[in-house]
Write a protein that binds this ligand. Structure first.
Ligand code: GLU
Length: 381
């Protein structure tokens, strides 16, 4: 493990950034009532063009729904799901047109990539999305990503582009994730209401205390607010990717971030970078069920890096198939300690609660795996 303490708290550690994901919020690229704002999109394109030389950039842009709502003269955020999806359809193409024009001036070709949660949850679709993004980057194209709001209904949505951008950063193994918004980072309290509220320059870990600073997700035209940004920071950190939240209206903000100037708030990555497959297990997938484990198993998993055996299994919640991802929970607590790919389906596991390894065959009537979740398929969060 890297000796983090020696670097001292509060140090930005960016290293060499070759691959960068930049996410812009709706508030940054749209104006109330008129939607996609050409001047702001142009300013953003200039910023990205400036830092792009020798680097690969993926842009995650919100603003489709806001732009569509303006085009449809709704005068408000769309209310029903079909209205939202219609606004997204209209707004996405209008927004892409602005990006196309703006980046053309810098001789940068753009490509639209619309994702749903399923493209990330399903392992083969995940790999496919990754290949597509790699190919675009290989062609020196700037991929512009958004959630496919026109087809993604609530149940299959990532739901906000902060989390989506963290998933994309992990997907393509980025060196840095930058969330551009209209505030200059994370504050100790709401600066608009609290005198003496202080901006945090570096956050070493998104502890529960830090997460509380995020408050509730805001409503209005932007989905996220600080809460989803901090959730994104957790994902990025676990993937080993540093993240910065900064005010996208400040001129030169991206270049300054890349020079490690103290703009915005920097979120340190975890020392140990999870392998790509483990990142997928940890974050890309919504668990299909839960396995509850006893104290002994909990220790073995979290302290000793062991596999989960049937003997430590206390309860099984939900319906799932072998090969799916489930959450692991300690007995008597609701806290998820990890996630893993199970070797058995839910019905089989119910028969295996508390069973010794040598009794598995007898219980099931056939020979199968020794482990409920092998340690190679288990991520402790
Ligand atoms: N995908 C949404 C849009 O383009 C925005 C989601 C978000 O703001 O996080 O309008």
């Amino acid at each position: 493990m890297a000796p983090r303490r020696e670097l001292g708290p509060g140090t930005r550690r960016l290293g060499r950034v070759r691959r960068l994901v930049v996410k812009v919020g709706s508030g940054l690229v749209t104006s109330p009532g008129t939607g996609g704002d050409p001047a702001r999109v142009e300013a953003l394109a200039a910023e990205i063009a400036e830092v792009r030389g020798g680097r690969e950039v993926v842009l995650v842009s919100s603003g489709a729904i806001a732009t569509g709502a303006a085009r449809l003269a709704l005068g408000r955020r769309p209310r029903s799901i079909p209205e939202t999806q219609a606004a997204a359809a209209v707004g996405q193409s209008a927004l892409m047109w602005l990006y196309e024009m703006a980046f053309k001036r810098h001789d940068i070709a753009v490509g639209q990539v619309l994702l749903t949660a399923q493209d990330i949850a399903d392992r083969s679709r995940y790999l496919n999305a990754r290949n597509t993004l790699q190919a675009l980057l290989g062609f020196q194209v700037l991929p512009i990503v958004n959630e496919n709001d026109t087809v993604a209904v609530e149940e299959i949505k990532v739901g906000d582009n902060d989390n989506l951008s963290a998933l994309v950063a992990s997907l393509i193994d980025a060196d840095l994730l930058v969330l551009l918004t209209d505030v200059d980072g994370l504050y100790t309290a709401d600066p608009a209401r609290t005198a003496g509220a202080r901006k945090l320059d570096v956050v070493e870990a998104v502890t529960d205390e830090i997460a509380r600073l995020g408050g509730e997700a805001t409503s209005g035209i932007s989905v996220g607010g600080m809460a989803t940004k901090l959730a994104a920071a957790r994902k990025a950190a676990a993937a080993g990717i540093p993240m910065v939240i900064a005010d996208g209206r400040q001129p030169g903000v991206l270049a300054r971030i890349l020079r490690s100037e103290p703009v915005g708030t920097y979120f340190a990555p975890r020392d140990a970078r999870l392998a790509a497959r483990k990142r997928w297990i940890a974050f890309a997938v919504r668990p299909r069920g839960r396995v509850v484990v006893d104290a002994g198993a909990l220790r073995a998993l979290t302290r000793q890096g062991r596999s989960l055996l049937p003997s430590g299994l206390v309860a099984v919640d939900g319906q799932f198939a072998a090969g799916e991802v489930v959450a692991v929970v300690g007995e008597g607590s609701d806290r998820e300690i990890g996630r893993g790919v199970v070797n058995f389906d839910a019905a089989e596991l119910r028969k295996l609660r508390g069973v010794k390894t040598h009794e598995i065959e007898e219980r099931l009537g056939y020979k199968s795996f020794d482990e409920v979740i092998h340690r190679d398929n288990l991520v402790i969060l």
